[in-house]
Design a protein around this ligand. Structure first.
Ligand code: NAD
Length: 290
């Protein structure tokens, strides 16, 4: 964006004698925006989907179950009761069954959403799986399966959305959910496939950002630390000592909550971050600082 096209906000607005307005906060809203969130049936994906809907977006959650469960429907009903934004825009949650490893299927889902809504602005490629096995024994099929979901699936989701952003001329934001595990190895865990996959997501984000910058489409990654969700619960339930161990590995001294990722996703999805692309935003309670 050249300075001539820049919105008159902040200091420029004050110096131009504009009527005072709280533009710093309104820049985080997503009026009439349309978003696609993969793995949006639960956990981090659902939390981010609700945050986007609260900010005014129509959010399509794509996930494996044929129909959403009671918990998801409750969150959808909650979103439906939220007041409209100033200006009338009202967010909502929709559900679509889909598998991120199916490239043609993902492209079609995004095409249908964009055709129906007339736009697609935000993609959160969040679906992912975690499995562990010792690196010298890791079964090939298991390794391929994890890479298929965590790497291919992220690419197919980002492609699907990016193609529609391009088609409808939207200056969209694509957010890939990586992990601190893409930059560090998790102490005492046998996560060679997961670590490899998340590292690939970090490079995918940078690479796509460089290709898509000229089209006005931004691509960034978020690298959460240990967050308490079904994914980590599955691990912790069978290894209760790990809760204290993982908590002691960051200066804040606990695991994170999914809601602690609401701010960062809104920032990256919205006009509050228009000069940010090709970046990795670390939200790990300081794990990587130690
Ligand atoms: N929980 C953590 O500590 C943590 C930390 C860093 C990064 N992450 C990443 O955040 C993302 C979300 O994790 P979470 O903790 O919410 O996990 P979760 O297991 O609670 O949710 C993952 C969701 O992805 C869906 N999914 C899996 N395979 C899919 C497929 N092929 N197609 C469509 N959907 C599929 C699942 O059905 C599920 O709803 C993952 O990419 C994960 O690697 C999680």
């Amino acid at each position: 964006m050249t300075s001539a096209q820049a919105p008159i906000v902040g200091v420029a607005a004050a110096l131009a004698g504009a009527t005072p307005a709280r533009t710093a906060l309104s820049q985080f809203t997503l009026p009439n925006h349309v978003a696609l969130v993969t793995g949006g049936h639960r956990g981090i994906g659902l939390e981010m989907a609700l945050a986007l809907a609260e900010a005014g977006a129509t959010v399509y959650c794509v996930d494996l179950p044929k129909h959403p469960d009671e918990g998801w429907l409750k969150v959808q009903a909650f979103a439906a009761q939220l007041p409209s934004l100033e200006g009338g825009s009202k967010g909502r949650l929709e559900y679509v069954c889909g598998d991120v490893t199916d490239q043609a299927g993902m492209w079609k889902i995004a095409e249908d959403i964009a055709a129906k809504e007339g736009r697609l602005d935000v993609c959160v490629a969040n679906a992912g799986i975690l499995r562990g096995a010792e690196c010298l024994e890791y079964p090939g099929e298991e390794f391929k399966k994890l890479i298929d979901v965590n790497v291919n699936g992220v690419l197919f989701s980002a492609q699907a959305a990016g193609r529609q952003m391009q088609r409808f001329g939207r200056k969209g934001s694509i957010i890939l959910i990586a992990s601190m595990s893409g930059s560090i190895a998790n102490q005492k865990q046998h996560w060679v496939a997961y670590n490899t996959s998340k590292s690939a997501v970090l490079q995918m984000g940078r690479s796509m950002a460089c290709e898509l910058g000229a089209k006005g489409i931004r691509v960034n990654t978020i690298s959460p630390g240990y967050i308490y969700t079904q994914m980590t619960r599955d691990f912790l339930d069978t290894r209760p000592h790990l809760m204290a161990e993982w908590s002691s590995q960051n200066p804040i001294g606990r695991l994170g909550r999914p809601d602690e990722l609401r701010g960062v996703v809104l920032w990256l999805a919205s006009e509050a971050s228009t000069f940010c692309t090709g970046s990795d935003i670390i939200v790990d309670g300081g794990h990587r600082a130690w």
